[in-house]
Design a protein around this ligand. Structure first.
Ligand code: ARG
Length: 264
């Protein structure tokens, strides 16, 4: 296990006021105070595991800013800024960019729609990159060029699993967990080839955003409702910690969406 450095954003202004993914229902009630306490528990969990948690100031009028994973892709001290598909989230991009610049990262502008670590996940030496709903394929090319690491394009096909991090979790340098049905047939074959020992999640695990989990290589922090995935991970020798993110799930997010790993 290596100690990780995470960036998070308190859900001070969290709300569900628009619908940009199938989980969001602006007519349904949500509880901002509960969202904040669930998020606090997640932050505390990372601190108790020995990780560093940096905080970015939340901005009013940006209810999805809590989903820090979408703030950028940060590897080797370089931060690739984001460009959101939806205008509702556009103003988050410069805020995250300013944080990276202010914290010593080399910042690069995104030339294409790119929703950061929501769609681009470091797995050992390669970057796994989702496309189909948000991040466009051209952004994968820019990502490969910038980081000089192979980028593996994976096509998402189920609108419920609109970001890669809702359908796949990197467990350690060699292994991932994923929901095969969320991917095109070709991408499924790529995943089988790259990760023959992957943990295959059940549709029930994915439906509680169980794959939206954060692993430090030893301990996996995952939604407490993902019970089958929890058991499968323990069987593989991972420690697991279940957290309840039910309130943030109303916006289509879980533990990983709230967490951006910043790698110096
Ligand atoms: N409501 C947000 C959106 O649809 C949720 C983002 C979740 N983040 C993630 N990394 N999957 O953009």
């Amino acid at each position: 296990m290596t100690t990780r450095r995470y960036l998070m954003c308190r859900p001070t202004y969290f709300a569900v006021t628009y619908r940009i993914n199938p989980w969001m229902d602006p007519t349904a009630p949500y509880d901002n105070a509960l969202a904040i306490s669930q998020w606090e528990t997640l932050r505390r969990t990372f601190l108790d595991l020995g990780h560093t948690v940096e905080l970015i100031e939340p901005l009013p009028g940006l209810p999805d800013m809590v989903f820090a994973a979408n703030g950028g892709t940060v590897v080797d001290g370089k931060a690739l800024a984001v460009q959101f598909r939806d205008p509702e989230r556009a103003d988050e991009a410069p805020a995250y960019k300013a944080w990276f610049a202010g914290n010593g990262f080399e910042v690069y502008d995104s030339k294409h729609t790119n929703e950061g670590e929501g769609d681009i996940l470091l797995a050992g030496d390669v970057l796994l990159a989702g496309t189909g709903f948000r991040t466009v394929h051209a952004a994968h090319l820019q990502t490969q060029e910038l980081f000089g690491r192979p980028v593996i394009t994976l096509q998402l096909i189920d609108p419920a699993y609109y970001h890669l991090d809702t359908a796949l979790c990197v467990l350690d340098e060699h292994t991932v967990a994923y929901l095969p049905d969320a991917f095109s047939p070709g991408s499924r074959a790529v995943l089988r080839r790259l990760f023959p020992d992957a943990v295959i999640a059940t549709p029930a695990d994915a439906a509680v955003l169980g794959l939206n989990a954060v692993s430090d290589g030893e301990t996996v922090v995952l939604p407490v409702q993902a019970t089958a995935l929890d058991a499968a991970l323990k069987e593989r020798g991972y420690q697991t910690i279940g957290v309840d993110m039910s309130e943030l799930r109303k916006a289509g997010g879980g533990p990983k969406c709230c967490t951006l790993e910043v790698r110096s």
